[in-house]
Design a protein around this ligand. Structure first.
Ligand code: CA
Length: 667
């Protein structure tokens, strides 16, 4: 059993070369046909398993998805040129199940559904043969996600299926299921919108769903146990997770219900980004990779031990052709069959930059609106050379790929490893330059001194479209819990003010903003920082919070509206940012926790000639001198109006409340 570890920051890397042990796999023949493992057509049912070094392979055919003996076992024939084993029957075996069994050095390994099972029986132990056309919801042929001209236009909302719907206050019938987001008209006990209507009201553009492929840790045959898991323990990469369906025993149901969810979101104008975890498998020797082609798909140290850059027991080998093709083809499959609009790569730096470039390029061919981003770090050392890793620091070696900025995250709210540590938005001095790195999306800017940055020491992003800015996600303390721990002793109104300020920084910064589900209504996780298997009582969002913290919700709504209606916050090139974003001179040593900047020249075609953003993270009021002019007040003292009608000012000395943002604009 593996644990989803905290995967939240850069890990120190030693210079390494790929291991001598893994060199043997480069010689293996590869096969990239689209008929791997299963094809059903007019001439029957055809199996083709890639396993170049197997002594023998057979297919077991079953009537049932998890019990009983095979009704037939087929021998398979080897083709040395492709390294694949084939078998066929003349019948179309819809409704039946199968497993492969590989003989490795004279020993028959355990049965496996293979690595390309697109439908599976309960708990994913056997692959299912289903008619995919029959799984399409009505109108599926015309279904498509939102257009994305620039990644900086996207606003990401990261959610877990159970978090969103399990709480009794969700008013949702299909709790914890894909179908939860297909229900219109759901409300909290106080009558406020929940579910998909809430997402529309909030104004985000994309939901990022935590792993929704078939994972290992939840027993799909015992759903009444209500087991919770984030799902970073991959089992079958190409089939949906059964516990999110209303009937995991019927392999078509999970496929259909996930498509229904995606269609409902698309109909609401919202894109769907999948969290993908190709970097490791839940099991080592027992993984489907090892049971089909032992040794090949995982990386090893020179002595043959599994290397473990994931911190979960192993790591996969994207630098080997068959694994690289697997990642490319698997994401393409989700984009094509499920109309998925984007991918968030877990521990992306375990993969090599060449693989990620090919993933993004191939996905663009399926759908030019697809957004790919990932964690630009590993959770341990890897045999892959640091210069080849898809690290944050290597993002400029990649095209159409973005990385999370841990710079902004840790600087705004305090470091993730220390619950009590405060950040810029909670009155800790000395973090101003690191916040500025986030504001300019880690691009080269004449007024930002990267040497003074806490995390990164150079402008690693060639373009703002390479950066995802955030203050919290599923990992670590969520924003509410972080504020409660680091601001212990202060009144809740200060924490709410700091929450608004922190998220204002994210939403007004260049790059793509990303938020964690429920933070708009001050959701917490009762201080549990690693809630990957905590019960629903910790993880589920209490929707009564929406009435209780309605002012906060309205503020978030204002932030999404402001960003969407003003392209100045969404510049698309580093040159534009360097030219149009100008910081005001403030001596941080004398006046800490104060940042002020202007977006000038109708930046990026904005109707506003100049936008002034002033951020006060101090626990006391701070005064700033605003240049004279006819300013509209867009945000002040914890209030926001995207139309700029909170009032007017001619500039001069203006005072910001503790933990607050001031946004002004002039035409
Ligand atoms: Ca599962």
């Amino acid at each position: 059993m593996t644990a989803a570890l905290l995967c939240c920051g850069s890990y120190p890397v030693m210079a390494q070369t790929n291991s001598t042990y893994d060199a043997q796999f480069i010689e293996w023949p590869t096969y990239n046909g689209n008929d791997l493992e299963l094809t059903v057509n007019n001439s029957g049912t055809h199996f083709r398993l890639w396993s170049p070094k197997a002594k023998d392979v057979r297919v077991n055919l079953y009537d049932n998805g998890h019990t009983g003996s095979p009704f037939k076992t087929l021998p398979m024939k080897f083709d040395a040129a492709t390294g694949t084993w084939t078998a066929s029957v003349p019948e179309q075996l819809y409704g039946k199940f199968y497993t492969f069994q590989v003989n490795n050095d004279g020993k028959w390994l355990s049965e496996t559904p293979g690595v390309w099972a697109k439908a599976v029986g309960v708990n994913g132990k056997r692959a299912a043969i289903i008619d995919f056309d029959a799984t399409d919801p009505e109108g599926w042929a015309a279904d498509k996600g939102p257009e994305v001209k620039h990644f900086s236009d996207v606003i990401v909302y990261e959610m877990h299926h159970r978090d969103m719907s399990m709480h009794p206050t969700s008013g949702i019938a299909n709790k914890g299921k894909f179908l939860a987001l297909t229900e219109p008209g759901t409300t909290s006990p106080e009558g406020l919108k929940t579910g998909i209507d809430h997402l529309k009201e909030l104004g985000i553009t994309h939901v990022h769903i935590l792993p929704s492929y078939d994972y290992n840790s939840v027993d799909e045959a015992n759903l009444q146990q209500n087991t919770y898991n984030w799902g970073y323990d991959p089992q079958n990469y190409n089939a949906p997770e059964g516990s999110y369906s209303t009937n995991p025993s019927n392999p078509s149901v999970r496929v259909n219900e996930m498509k229904q969810m995606i269609k409902a979101l698309h109909d609401a104008g919202i894109g769907v980004i999948m969290d993908v975890v190709y970097n490791h498998t839940a099991e080592n020797d027992g993984s489907n990779f090892e049971l089909t082609a032992p040794g090949y798909y995982h990386r090893h140290w020179d002595d043959g031990r599994y290397s473990d850059a994931s911190g979960c027991g192993n790591e996969t080998a994207s630098d080997l052709q068959q694994m690289r093709d697997y990642i490319i083809n698997s994401t393409k499959y989700w984009a094509d069959e499920y109309h998925v609009d984007g991918f968030r790569f877990d521990l992306m730096a375990i993969h090599d930059t060449e693989t990620m470039n090919q993933v993004a390029a191939e996905l663009k061919k399926v759908n030019p609106n697809i957004f790919v981003y990932g964690e630009g770090w590993t959770a341990g050392d890897s045999p892959l050379q640091p210069e080849r890793r898809a690290l944050k620091e290597n993002v400029s070696k990649m095209t159409d790929i973005a990385v999370f900025s841990d710079d902004l995250r840790d600087a705004v709210k305090g470091h993730y490893t220390d619950a009590a540590d405060r950040g810029f938005a909670t009155s800790k001095p000395g973090l101003e330059e690191t916040v500025k790195i986030g504001i300019v999306a880690a691009t080269d800017h004449p007024q930002v001194n990267y040497k003074k940055g806490n995390n990164s020491k150079f402008p690693y992003a060639k373009s703002p479209e390479m950066i995802v800015n955030y203050v919290s996600c599923h990992d670590d303390l969520c924003l509410t819990d972080k504020l409660r721990k680091s601001m212990a002793g202060e009144p809740e109104e200060n924490m709410l003010a700091a929450a608004k300020l922190a998220q204002t920084i994210v939403f007004t910064s260049q790059g793509t903003p990303f938020m964690f589900a429920g933070e708009e209504i001050f959701r917490d996780k009762q201080g549990v920082h690693n809630s990957y298997k905590s019960p629903d009582s910790i993880n589920a969002i209490d929707w009564s919070n929406k009435a209780k913290y309605n002012d906060l919700f309205n503020y978030y709504k204002g932030l999404t509206q402001l960003r969407k209606s003003h392209p100045a916050f969404r510049m698309t090139t580093a040159a534009d940012i360097a030219k149009n974003l100008k910081f005001d001179k403030i001596d941080s040593a004398k006046t800490p926790n104060l940042i002020s900047y202007s977006l000038l020249n109708n930046a990026n075609g904005d109707e506003w000639k100049e936008i002034k953003v002033v951020l006060n993270g101090a626990s006391k009021p701070q005064t700033i001198n605003i240049s004279k002019g006819n300013w509209m007040i867009v945000a002040a003292d914890g209030k926001i109006s995207p139309a700029g009608d909170l009032g007017a000012t001619e500039g001069g000395k203006m005072t910001l409340a503790p933990y607050s943002a001031l946004i002004l604009a002039k035409k």
